[in-house]
Each structure stands twice: as structure tokens, then as C-alpha cells.
Write a new protein. Structure first.
Length: 228
């Protein structure tokens, strides 16, 4: 296969032109058996997510103070950079999900423990039964495992009405500004809402969801004793 490895400057330029172009380079490097080149390019791309990760963390932990947000964001970025060898996708959207999944794990860890986990995050990026089988018999310390298994997150999400579900989807998975989220919700549910969705409403819904998710994560970590 005709594959030309690029240096960091060339990779940075490629990423500036289009994330999809850099992803295409990563895929080509893998196909050519150049995993080292693929990992290096993925690291370059991960670095470019710093501003978005900081915004993502600030959106969810802003009430904890800037110092906490900065620390969680730095740990999330470091985790993403360290884990890029496990990225096996082929689109910018998949890479984005990869990065923000790591950030979400760091945020959930803070909710559970009230501090930033200093130990490196061990990430298994397999899916389905293969992923669960890789950790069979091991105690999973990461509290977002329950979220990944679609139990805790789905429980909290299922408690919401349809308009609030859209709020959470747009905030969590599309990282839209709260003003844009309100506009989208009003566009889809305007005639069904008693009052138009506002930026403040979006912030409250997201904060309540954070609180509820934290409660469920705590329950998953420390289930009540069965008196029977």
C-alpha cells in the first residue's frame, strides 16, 4: 500500500484543514500496518480537543469551581491522549465520541469521589460481549461502567419527559451551547410546552440530571443491604 508517513507539522496542518482528512490518514496508516503512525496522528488530533473538553467539563462541573474544572479537563485530555492506541473508528464522529467518553468517565469519577482520580484510566474499547468478557472476574473501579452498560444512565434518562430528553441529548452528545439547545427544543416541542424553553431552563435540567445521575452512581457503587 502506498502510504507516506507525515511529521507532526504536516499532521497539524492536515488537522487544521479537516478532522476527516486526519482520520482518513489514521485509517490509511492502520491499513498499511503502521500503527505507530496512526497513534501519533490520533494524539495530534486529541490535542486539538483541549478547548472542547474544557468547555464540556465546565458545563457539567462549573459549580465546583474553576480549579476543579481545569484539573478534571486536564486529566480527561491526558487520558484521551494516552488511550488513542485503542481508537479503532474511521470517522471524526467516532473519534469525538471516543474523546468525550473518556471525559465523561472523569466527570463521573469526580461526582462519585469528590476528587479527581489520579491513577491512569484503563480503557477497554471493545464492544458488547467481547468488552464484558475482557473484564470478567475483575472488579471495575470506574463508576461509568454502569453507564456504559446502559443501566444507570438509562434509568436517569428514562425519568425525563421528551423535551427534557432532547435537552440532555443535545448537551451531552452534541455539546451545544445552552442557548442553541433551547432553540432546538422550542423548534421541536414549541407547541407542546407550557412556556418556551430558555437557556436558564436548559441549565437547570442539565444540573438536575447531573445530580440524579450522581445519586444513581452512588447507589450502584454502594447498594442498600438486603434486610431479608
Amino acid at each position: 500500500m502506498n502510504f507516506r508517513e507525515r511529521n507532526d507539522a504536516e499532521l497539524g496542518k492536515l488537522a487544521s484543514e479537516s478532522e476527516e482528512k486526519l482520520i482518513a490518514y489514521i485509517v490509511a496508516a492502520r491499513r498499511a500496518g503502521r500503527s505507530d503512525a496512526a497513534v501519533q496522528a490520533a494524539r495530534v488530533l486529541a490535542f486539538r480537543y483541549e478547548r472542547r473538553i474544557r468547555g464540556f467539563v465546565l458545563n457539567r462541573l462549573g459549580s465546583k469551581g474553576r480549579a476543579v474544572c481545569d484539573e478534571v479537563a486536564e486529566m480527561a485530555l491526558a487520558g484521551a491522549i494516552a488511550s488513542v492506541g485503542g481508537f479503532e473508528g474511521s470517522t471524526a464522529g467516532e473519534f469525538r465520541a471516543f474523546v468525550f467518553r473518556i471525559a465523561g468517565r472523569r466527570i463521573a469519577d469526580y461526582h462519585r469521589k469528590g476528587r479527581v482520580e489520579e491513577e491512569p484510566l484503563e480503557v477497554d474499547w471493545g464492544e458488547g460481549e467481547q468488552e464484558r468478557g475482557a473484564t470478567a472476574g475483575q472488579k471495575e473501579a470506574d463508576p461509568l461502567r454502569a453507564v456504559d452498560d446502559a443501566s444507570v444512565f438509562n434509568q436517569a434518562f428514562g425519568e425525563l419527559n421528551d423535551s427534557h430528553k432532547l435537552v440532555i441529548c443535545l448537551v451531552r452528545f452534541y455539546d451545544l451551547p445552552h442557548k442553541k439547545v433551547a432553540e432546538q427544543v422550542n423548534r421541536h416541542f414549541g407547541s407542546q410546552l407550557n412556556d418556551p424553553m430558555s437557556e436558564q431552563n436548559v441549565n437547570k435540567i442539565n444540573s438536575r440530571f447531573d445530580k440524579r445521575l450522581g445519586e444513581l452512581l452512588a447507589e450502584a457503587d454502594d447498594p442498600p443491604l438486603d434486610d431479608g
